[in-house]
Design a protein around this ligand. Structure first.
Ligand SMILES: Cc1cc2nc3c(=O)[nH]c(=O)nc-3n(C[C@H](O)[C@H](O)[C@H](O)COP(=O)(O)OP(=O)(O)OC[C@H]3O[C@@H](n4cnc5c(N)ncnc54)[C@H](O)[C@@H]3O)c2cc1C
Length: 476
């Protein structure tokens, strides 16, 4: 791999997930010579797609909300936003299995057109999985969250469930309503997640702007939605994209005087690639290994971010089993269930008759170590309880995808462990959903972090005139 001589300064982005892709696109758009290095054979990081028996699957169902403006902005830039349309105003049926062969009971989480937070009031008051008393108690808690100040460090000293209990929320309300939103958005239950992250989700996603929680997801594999389009756009802007290019070291210069800077990166084969600036957009565990001491990042603190798993169980049924495009389940082995048929690239014959279902299990500690066959059988049983049409249906294929380190673990105390984009080395920036974006580990957080990092390195190169994220000390 050799870079042609260029009059432009070179930026190297290490890591080809959404954070790295976003940072790389920003840099390439500003006309710097850009090299993206990804260690794996494919780009996309935590968002990837695969083929099996001629059908397409994603590693896990990925959803975003209308408030995810940075991710949406990326799709707009790539010209693919129409491939992840919003499914209308927020409306999610929440199914609870009936006993025996009885049909499930359904309540809805949906919004109407009233100004937020009133847009949810009707739905919460008619949420029949909770008693009347519990439903009435939801409203003051929702209002409390609406006005919670996410930047108050005290919020990060407690779990969301502790806060909810103090506001009179019952265990049933936590399990059947609050966790329903907390789990898929933060990848932890209310009992474990920091109030800071939960407040961010409810405040930004649900309680401030009427349309903010309308949901969208890819109608094509994620590789076609953002991974390959981003690679193509980068290359069309003159950027170089190299997969199977694992970085083993950030190499520093040895100035006779003045502050040290990053000189480039070393690849696994020993090759040194020089650059005027580097964005490190790898997972936090990997960043902790690569960051030199002079970057001023507390790498021990990064270890404290931990990780939380996600498991998806994908089924190809020989007939339609679910009439909804998405449904949630409570008191069930299933959590969120998606109709993935449009994205699976079925044959024309199968597309007429079959349905592809993905069951997404967040905070999947209990499932991550299970044998695939056990997970498949359990989820099949759960689907048959929830959807009477599934009782006669047979899966013609089923596959489990497991992500052990899907996200960081957003427990109390996490906020101060997340470093900003800017490091003590003026030409080295950090990106990744785990950095200090204020968002949980999401696609939105990843894209925002990429923008923050590109601002830092472009500023260092004199190519950015906007505000630079302030550097904060990270303490263990
Ligand atoms: C199953 C699953 C479901 C999810 N569902 C949702 C969802 O519904 N909505 C949502 O918003 N978010 C969801 N997320 C979270 C979201 O996917 C991630 O937060 C986001 O994609 C992380 O992007 P990133 O660029 O920060 O990190 P990553 O995607 O992890 O990218 C880091 C990249 O760096 C590369 N790398 C590491 N070390 C090196 C090295 N030494 N040299 C070169 N390259 C290296 C890695 O191979 C990787 O490609 C989900 C995640 C998973 C796993």
């Amino acid at each position: 791999m050799s870079s042609p001589p260029s009059a432009q300064p070179r930026v190297i982005v290490v890591g080809g997930g959404l954070a790295g892709l976003s940072a790389a696109l920003d840099c390439a758009e500003q006309g710097v010579a850009l090299t993206l290095l990804e260690g794996r054979p494919r780009l996309g990081g935590a968002t990837w797609s695969f083929e099996r028996q001629g059908r397409s699957f994603d590693n896990g169902q990925h959803v975003h909300l209308r408030c995810c403006e940075a991710y949406r902005g990326l799709l707009d830039k790539l010209g693919t936003a129409h491939l992840a349309p919003f499914a209308g105003p927020l409306a999610i049926p929440v199914l609870r299995p009936g006993s025996g062969a009885a049909p499930p009971r359904t309540a809805w989480i949906r919004r109407d057109g009233l100004p937020a937070p009133l847009h949810l009031a009707r739905s919460l008051l008619s949420y029949s999985h909770l008693s009347w008393a519990d439903r009435l108690r939801l409203l003051p808690a929702a209002l409390g969250l609406r006005f919670a100040d996410e930047s108050d460090p005290k919020l990060d000293e407690q779990t969301f469930a502790e806060w909810l209990r103090r506001r009179g929320q019952s265990e049933a309300s936590i399990a059947r309503l609050w966790d329903l939103i907390t789990l898929p958005t933060t990848n932890l239950r209310a009992d474990e997640v920091s109030l800071t992250l939960a407040a961010k989700v409810f405040h930004t996603g649900l309680l401030t702007v009427t349309e903010a929680a309308d949901i969208a997801w890819a109608q094509v594999p994620l590789a076609e939605l953002h991974v390959e389009p981003a690679r193509r756009l980068l290359e069309s802007l003159g950027g170089e994209v190299h997969s199977r290019s694992r970085v083993t070291e950030l190499v520093l210069d040895e100035p006779a005087s003045g502050p040290r800077q990053v000189r480039g990166v070393r690849l696994e084969d020993g090759q040194l690639l020089e650059a005027e600036a580097v964005v490190l957009a790898v997972q936090h565990e990997e960043a902790a290994k690569l960051l030199p001491e002079s970057a001023g990042v507390n790498t021990a603190a990064l270890g404290g971010l931990g990780s939380a798993p996600i498991v998806n169980v994908h089924f190809v049924f020989d007939r339609p089993v679910m009439a909804h495009k998405v449904a949630a389940a409570i008191d069930s082995e299933a959590q969120f269930i998606f109709d993935r048929t449009p994205a699976a690239h079925l044959s024309p014959e199968e597309a007429r008759t079959h349905q592809v279902i993905a069951v997404s299990l967040s905070g999947a500690e209990a499932q991550i170590g299970e044998r695939p066959q056990v997970l498949i059988e359990r989820q099949l049983a759960a689907l048959r309880q929830l959807f009477p049409a599934a009782r006669a249906a047979e899966p013609v294929d089923a596959v489990v995808t497991r992500e052990h380190q899907a996200t960081f673990r957003g427990r109390p105390g996490t906020a101060r462990l997340r470093p900003p984009a800017r490091t003590a080395l003026s030409n080295l920036a950090l990106a990744g959903a785990w950095t200090d974006t204020g968002w949980p580990a999401t696609m939105e957080g990843a894209v925002r972090s990429g923008h923050a990092a590109s601002e830092v390195v472009l500023s260092a190169l004199g190519r950015w005139s906007g505000p630079v994220p302030a550097r904060q000390e990270v303490t263990a």
